[in-house]
Design a protein around this ligand. Structure first.
Ligand code: NAG
Ligand code: NAG
Ligand code: NAG
Ligand code: CU
Length: 214
């Protein structure tokens, strides 16, 4: 190898190391006129290496959404011991800056499935508000199959989860919770061991003028 190609190899190695810790920005919720409408994560199907941060931005307004871990076979049921952001209400017109929830991938060897557990005014999961990290690109457990499962779901669970999930974890609740933003069902710091968490703690005391999320 020449000196030049050695240097090139070193530079490429440095680049590929850097590429392992990426940030993926995902918009939570949309608007009526957007392709896909209100009930969506954008992007909803992507890959992220171990150590990558998924930055969920609560931009959809008005919106009252969650990022809640589920499983391939039960897309609209919170996974016991799974991650959960809680419901974050964004008033009509949005807020600046939008609240963000940072989720770090801690195991990229298995797919990570998630959904929005909001039921108002209609279950968002069955409306297609689901997402996947590191899902197979094809086959019986691809993202498209997961989405189909979600869209034919007749029930949607609402258990409160934790910051720490399976294969991905957050170290903080969504923030900032500026004026007009409300967080309901604050996730616990550690995973729950049973599937039926009884935690109903809430935080965020600011109220908004519109009573319900339409
Ligand atoms: C992923 O990274 C975490 C630290 O963020 C580390 O604890 C874990 O062992 C890593 N897992 C793999 C499979 O590399
Ligand atoms: C999310 O991560 C970004 C980049 O590190 C940081 O600036 C921001 O404060 C984090 N937000 C929360 C709520 O943890
Ligand atoms: C947001 O959704 C949660 C869960 O459905 C609900 O408890 C809360 O009242 C909603 N917030 C508003 C302002 O509608
Ligand atoms: Cu939603």
């Amino acid at each position: 190898m020449t000196l030049f190609s050695n240097l090139l190899c070193l530079a490429l190695a440095a680049l590929s190391v850097q590429a392992q810790d990426t940030t993926v920005q995902v918009q939570v919720g949309g608007t009526v006129n957007e392709r896909g409408g209100i009930y969506q994560f954008t992007p909803s199907n992507f890959n992220a290496n171990n150590g990558s941060v998924i930055s969920f931005e609560f931009t959809g307004n008005p919106g009252n959404h969650s990022i809640t871990q589920s499983t391939f076979s039960s897309p609209c049921q919170p996974l016991s011991g799974g991650f959960d952001s809680g419901w974050v209400l964004i008033p009509n017109g949005g807020v600046s800056p939008s609240p963000v929830w940072n989720l770090t991938v801690t195991d990229d060897s298995n797919p990570i499935w998630f959904f929005c557990k909001q039921l108002l005014p209609t279950p968002h999961c069955a409306a297609g508000m689901v997402g996947a990290i590191n899902a197979p690109t094809s086959g019986s457990n691809s993202f498209d199959s997961f989405l189909n499962n979600a869209e034919s779901s007749t029930t949607s669970g609402q258990q409160v989860g934790a910051l720490v999930g399976q294969g991905a974890s957050a170290s903080a609740i969504p923030g900032p919770l500026s004026s007009g933003v409300t967080l309901v069902g604050t996730p616990s710091a550690t995973p729950s061991v049973s599937g039926t968490s009884t935690s109903t703690s809430t935080s965020g005391t600011t109220s908004i003028s519109s009573a319900a999320y339409t």
